[in-house]
Ligand binder design. Structure first.
Ligand SMILES: [Zn+2]
Length: 58
């Protein structure tokens, strides 16, 4: 499984990203947000949505 350096979709900090071979999900390991999985579609929405950061924190 390839590990990539990618910006966290939530906080935008540097995080590790793994692309799963099964399903349409990405794993992130972020020092701030922890370990989580998101769908590729969610990542695309999050990266384009203004104010997502604030919404995620509150
Ligand atoms: Zn993060």
């Amino acid at each position: 499984m390839a590990k990539l350096s990618a910006p966290c979709p939530i906080c935008r900090k540097a995080a590790k990203q793994s692309q799963l071979t099964a399903g349409d999900y990405l794993e992130f390991d972020c020092s701030d947000c922890g370990y989580f999985q998101i769908s590729r579609a969610f990542q695309q929405v999050a990266s384009k949505t203004a104010g997502f950061h604030e919404a995620a924190i509150t």
